[in-house]
Design a binder for this molecule. Structure first.
Ligand SMILES: C[S@@+](CC[C@H](N)C(=O)[O-])C[C@H]1O[C@@H](n2cnc3c(N)ncnc32)[C@H](O)[C@@H]1O
Length: 377
């Protein structure tokens, strides 16, 4: 089967590596997506085990189109009544890069109209209904810049960042998939302590800990889109879960989180409990500027306030202080910082050994690596 996994801009290569490791074949990297081939077991493995995928699509129909009426006609040519029943519910998500049909919502609406009209014609005015939150069928319609329209089933259901552990949020939580991608980008070999000194609701801590112990990212989630389909193979799904759960390993180092705000500490602790990770992560109230790690080396990864959603009185001075604390208290560590405030980042006074562009929502960010053991001043 042809399969498409979507992700955030900048994480495509990491996602492709993850897919190959799970047995996906013929991987090809696209903008915010990786296409590959595999059987049903690979699909189930990808849904259960990929850390950096947002959705998994199974494309089933393509055609070229440049006009809304033609799009409507081509959609009606598919026999939808053979795939979906009258009392089923469905939802459509549209994305477009075409210059002819430029609005994603309009693309989805036209597609929905064509499907609904086919049902109405065949069943005396009766039609199946839309359920945006919990549909039986999730259809994705994508129109590329070269006007190829691809129809796919979204077999993930709700996006895969919904791991099932986020019960409490801090003030500006990072997306779980983005956090996992950043942890994997850090090339951490799971061979030292991991510290997030500005942990907020603990997203990096959870993703780092699941990676450290090789815990499947969806171990706590119970529902996925593919379970609603007629060809759902429950025995195969159980097998995939059993095999992945058997690969969980021990991790002899520490995963530590700090935040100066006690409500963030509380939120992180709640999420750790909800994700069944208690005992694997420690979170304390603490100020990065006064923090002294117990070990001589490790990974320190953080997402400081950007002065966007989370305001800072003097953001340049704040970043200068962060740089000072890292230089003096974290010598021997590898530091990774993601921020959208590039101007403030320059105030760190540290020379990055690598930089990468990522998006946190709509905000363009830089993820920078500082090798503090090399005296990178
Ligand atoms: C952007 S949020 C981090 C969000 C987090 N990555 C998550 O997913 O929830 C930044 C956090 O830094 C914390 N913070 C700000 N200054 C700090 C300091 N000096 N020491 C420790 N934490 C600090 C804030 O309280 C806030 O929770």
């Amino acid at each position: 089967m042809q399969i498409t996994a979507t992700t955030f801009s900048g994480l495509e290569e990491i996602l492709a590596k993850e897919i190959t490791a799970l047995g996906g074949q013929e991987t090809q990297i696209h903008k915010r997506a990786v296409t590959f081939s595999g059987d049903k077991k690979i699909i189930y493995r990808c849904i259960y085990e990929l850390r950096t995928a947002l959705r998994i699509f199974l494309p089933f129909h393509t055609f070229k189109t440049k006009h809304e009426n033609h799009l409507y006609k081509k959609i009606r040519e598919v026999d939808w009544t053979a795939i979906m029943d009258l009392d089923d519910t469905f939802a459509i998500n549209g994305t477009t890069s075409s210059k002819y049909i430029t609005h994603s919502k309009y693309l989805a609406l036209k597609t929905k109209d064509a499907i609904v009209d086919q049902f109405r014609t065949k069943f005396d005015g009766r039609r199946l209904s839309v359920d945006r939150d919990n549909p039986d069928h999730r259809l994705n319609v994508h129109l590329s810049y070269d006007n190829v329209c691809t129809l796919s089933w979204d077999v993930s259901g709700a996006t895969l960042n919904r791991r099932g552990y986020r019960t409490a949020t801090g003030e500006a939580p990072i997306n779980e998939v983005l956090a996992a991608g950043i942890v994997l980008s850090s090339n951490w070999q799971r061979d030292c302590d991991f510290i997030d000194p500005m942990c907020g609701s603990g997203t990096f801590l959870m993703e780092a800990a699941m990676y450290a112990y090789n815990i499947p990212p969806q171990i706590n989630r119970k529902e996925f889109g593919f379970m609603r389909y007629k060809d759902f193979d429950r025995a195969l799904w159980q097998e995939v879960k059993r095999e992945a759960d058997a690969r969980i390993i021990d991790f002899p180092y520490k995963i530590l989180g700090f935040d100066k705000d006690f409500s963030a500490v509380k939120a992180a602790r709640l999420n750790i409990l909800a994700g069944n990770m208690d005992g694997k992560i420690e979170v304390e109230r603490g100020d990065l500027l006064k923090l002294n790690p117990e070990t001589a080396s490790g990974i320190v990864l953080m997402n400081p306030p950007y002065d966007e959603r989370l305001r800072v009185a003097d953001v340049n001075a704040f970043y200068k202080d962060i740089g000072h604390a890292l230089k003096h208290n974290f010598t021997g560590f590898d530091a990774w910082i993601i921020t959208a405030n590039i101007k403030a980042m320059k105030q760190l006074g540290l020379k990055p050994s690598s930089k990468k562009i990522l998006f946190n929502g709509a905000l363009e960010c830089q993820l920078a690596h500082y090798e503090l053991y090399r005296g990178s001043k």
